[in-house]
Write a protein that binds this ligand. Structure first.
Ligand SMILES: NC(=O)c1ccc[n+]([C@@H]2O[C@H](COP(=O)([O-])OP(=O)(O)OC[C@H]3O[C@@H](n4cnc5c(N)ncnc54)[C@H](OP(=O)(O)O)[C@@H]3O)[C@@H](O)[C@H]2O)c1
Length: 238
């Protein structure tokens, strides 16, 4: 496959390394300082663009790809307020777009387990739900996109909860998320249910960026030739 990378930071560079190992070709790399390359022959020749930049620029980059009929795998987090607009545009105009707050296979298994666990815990009001996420200090958004996905899945299945909050909760219907930024942590997520008698923990720890990069490349392979909006549930058939 011919892959264009938008964003050549920590994730862009890891994806480049693993994509070449899987015999893909990186035909174009767009970073802050070569925005004119969106109109280059090399970019227009790409089968798919993989975008890992920042929340301020992500949506504009998706629109540029759609205008040029380039399929997009979106990894940037922190722009979710725009997600519904992007999904309806993709569906109305038959564009090709896949978004995941986390491309790691292990995290997507955790997403699945989290939903099943929340169904059980909904029947057990003696347990209080809380969450923790830890990331490296350069991460710009908090809580992480992954933590928001986990929290929204819990809230959706739990009658006694109706919103997540960063830090301490002020009401019983709030699900608190503690976000810690320290050292070189690639991504740790934990869902905790606490009763007077015991603690249940569901957690995932990323050992490197390779798991996110590999998942994004698998997503690009899945998206090739398809139209519409997709997620990692479609890629992994969860
Ligand atoms: N979904 C997932 O599985 C997953 C996993 C890891 C990370 N992420 C998310 O992915 C994003 C990127 O993470 P990262 O660790 O790679 O960050 P990073 O190292 O800061 O890299 C971001 C890159 O994007 C570049 N950039 C900024 N504006 C741009 C623009 N308009 N066009 C093209 N490139 C531009 C930056 O250039 P400058 O350095 O010049 O600003 C930088 O090279 C974050 O939102 C992070 O939360 C998601």
């Amino acid at each position: 496959m011919k892959i264009a990378l938008i964003g050549y930071g920590k994730m862009g560079k890891t994806i480049e390394k693993l994509a070449i190992e899987r015999n893909h070709e990186i035909v174009s790399i767009i970073d802050q300082d070569n925005q004119h390359d969106f109109d280059s022959a090399a970019f227009l020749d790409a089968d798919v663009a993989i975008e890992f930049t920042n929340p301020e620029t992500a949506v504009a980059n998706y629109l540029r790809c759609f205008e040029r009929e380039i399929a997009v795998v979106s990894g940037t987090t922190g722009w979710l307020a725009e997600l519904l607009n992007i999904v309806s545009l993709v569906e109305q105009q038959q564009k090709s777009f896949l978004y995941a707050s986390n491309f790691s296979i292990g995290v997507n298994i955790m997403f699945w387990l989290n939903k099943q666990l929340a169904v059980l815990m909904n029947k057990l009001p003696g347990y209080e739900a809380k969450m923790l996420e830890i990331h490296h200090t350069q991460k710009k958004d908090a809580p992480s996109g992954t933590a928001i996905t986990l929290a929204e899945d819990i809230i959706h299945k739990t009658e006694r909860l109706n919103k997540w909050v960063l830090d301490e909760k002020k009401a019983d219907y709030e699900l608190p998320i503690k976000a810690i930024r320290e050292g070189g942590v690639f991504g740790y997520h934990q869902v905790q249910y606490e009763s007077n008698e015991d603690t249940i923990l569901l957690s995932h720890n990323a050992k490197s960026r390779d798991g996110f990069a590999l998942g994004a490349i698998m997503a690009a392979e899945f998206l090739y030739g398809k139209k519409g909006f997709f997620t990692m549930d479609d890629v992994l058939k969860l």
